[in-house]
Design a protein around this ligand. Structure first.
Ligand SMILES: [Zn+2]
Ligand SMILES: [Zn+2]
Length: 152
C-alpha cells in the first residue's frame, strides 16, 4: 500500500469501518489512478490490476466509502456519477470545470488563492445569517470545454 492509500485506509478506520478486500482495492485505485472515476471506471481499473471484483460489490464498497467520508460525488452529468477522494493530502485542494458535452472534468488549483478573499466574504455572510459553521467548500463550474465550444 502506498503512502496515499495508507492515509485513506487510516481515515476509513477512523470512521469506524472495517477494511474489506473490495474497499482496499478501490482505495488503491484512487491513490494511484485518475482523480475522478465513475463506478464503471473503478471496476475497469480494478480489473486492469488483474483482480476480479463484481460490479455490485464495487457499488456497495463505493457507497460505504462515501458514507465514511472518504469519497464524494463530484457531479452528475448525463446520469453518470463521478467520485473523488475528499482528503486534500491525496487529491489536493482544487476546483472543477465540468464540460456538459463531453463530460470531461478539468481540475484547477492555479488561481484558487485568488478566490479565497471572495469565499471568506461569502462564508462570513452565510455563517452569520444562517448561524452555520462552515468547514469546507467545493467550487464547480459547468459549461463547454475548448474542444466542444468549437470554432477552432
Ligand atoms: Zn467538452
Ligand atoms: Zn476533482
Amino acid at each position: 500500500m502506498d503512502a496515499k492509500a495508507s492515509v485513506l485506509a487510516k481515515n476509513f478506520g477512523a470512521a469506524g469501518y472495517r477494511m474489506t478486500k473490495a474497499r482496499k482495492k478501490i482505495l488503491a485505485v484512487f491513490s494511484e489512478a485518475f482523480r475522478h472515476m465513475s463506478v464503471d471506471d473503478i471496476y475497469l481499473a480494478v480489473k486492469k490490476k488483474g483482480e476480479h471484483v463484481g460490479i455490485t460489490t464495487i457499488y456497495r464498497a463505493v457507497d460505504s466509502l462515501v458514507k465514511a467520508g472518504i469519497l464524494r460525488q463530484v457531479s452528475l452529468i448525463k446520469g453518470r456519477v463521478f467520485y473523488e477522494v475528499i482528503d486534500k493530502r491525496v487529491s489536493g485542494h482544487h476546483h472543477h470545470l465540468i464540460c456538459r458535452k463531453c463530460q470531461k472534468i478539468i481540475d484547477y488549483s492555479d488561481f484558487v488563492g485568488k478566490e479565497i478573499p471572495h469565499i471568506k466574504r461569502l462564508e462570513n455572510i452565510a455563517s452569520k445569517t444562517r448561524e452555520f459553521l462552515i468547514d469546507d467548500y467545493q467550487i464547480s463550474f459547468t459549461g463547454l470545454c475548448k474542444l466542444c465550444k468549437g470554432g477552432g
